[in-house]
Design a protein around this ligand. Structure first.
Ligand SMILES: NC(=O)c1ccc[n+]([C@@H]2O[C@H](COP(=O)([O-])OP(=O)(O)OC[C@H]3O[C@@H](n4cnc5c(N)ncnc54)[C@H](OP(=O)(O)O)[C@@H]3O)[C@@H](O)[C@H]2O)c1
Length: 242
């Protein structure tokens, strides 16, 4: 293959066994990156690694809890030692949480779970990679959010606040790390048709008495793959949304 835009790059992906993390890992590998796949369930990571290998790419897997700072740091250090660098770090972790509960019935714990989980894991994984990128004077840190950060609606209060927090985290970190050669970008895909989202659509559709297809957005997983690659290639581009 010619003109592979991520040739000789090292990409570290947390949540790589998930729908978006796995799709991005495959896309990065197709473009020449060596991909280090981290996640909770080894079988899911192995399935992505198998696809990458079958397509001629190089992947390594590791079971790493993305909420465990020591484990994430140790993994990042091992990747940097083995590959010599970390060029791209993506957090595609999805924290399971309750949606659809009316505010008056929503517990503080249910509200706080996604906020705590997503802000914690993004801090931990970004910092683990940034320590190596700062020394190298280059790198790309990618986060994920949803249009829920700016949408009005019911049943996703904690997740909406979460997304706004992840976007603010990205923006502020981009300003701090940008002058040191590190781009920090947040991708904000709309509805990407994964099990996570289809189950959500089905619940909303049931509530509204319509089919889930009527609720469905037009997003497609390939949109995220393309945008991730764009983000990695962009120069002087901070806080990207798309
Ligand atoms: N799907 C969408 O429409 C959409 C749109 C915009 C943004 N996003 C965001 O994109 C991200 C990924 O979404 P997705 O649809 O790809 O979700 P997904 O398919 O559920 O994947 C999430 C992955 O995160 C892993 N994970 C969860 N907790 C973890 C932990 N403590 N340590 C390590 N890995 C952990 C899961 O591992 P296990 O499988 O082992 O549990 C799973 O592989 C989420 O942040 C989501 O909010 C999604």
């Amino acid at each position: 293959m010619t003109n592979r835009i991520l040739e000789n790059k090292t990409a570290l992906i947390h949540g790589a066994g998930g729908a978006i993390g796995g799709a991005v890992a495959r896309a990065f590998a197709r473009q020449g990156a060596k991909v280090f796949l981290a996640g909770r369930t080894l079988a899911k990571l192995d399935a992505v690694a198998k696809d990458v290998s079958a397509a001629g790419g190089v992947a390594e897997t590791a079971q790493v809890d993305a909420l465990d700072e020591r484990a994430v740091n140790a993994h990042a250090d091992a990747v940097a030692a083995k590959a010599g660098r970390i060029d791209i770090a993506l957090n595609a972790v999805g924290i399971r949480h309750v949606q659809g509960t009316p505010f008056a019935e929503l517990s503080l714990e249910e509200y706080a779970l996604p906020i705590t989980g997503y802000t914690r894991t993004n801090f931990i994984t970004a910092k683990a990679a940034a320590r190596h990128m700062i020394k190298a004077g280059r790198g790309v840190i990618l986060t994920l959010s949803t249009p829920g950060s700016r949408m009005a609606g019911t049943g996703f209060l904690g997740y909406g606040v979460t997304c706004a927090a992840v976007e603010a985290f990205t923006r502020i970190l981009a300003a701090e790390l940008g002058p040191g050669g590190i781009r920090v970008n947040c991708l904000v895909p709309g509805g990407i048709q994964t099990d996570l989202l289809r189950n959500y659509w089905r619940r909303i559709a049931d509530e509204q008495g319509v089919t889930w297809e009527e609720i469905r957005d037009r997003g497609d997983i390939t949109d995220v793959q393309k945008r991730k690659l764009f983000a990695d290639n962009a120069r002087r581009l901070y806080g990207l949304k798309g």
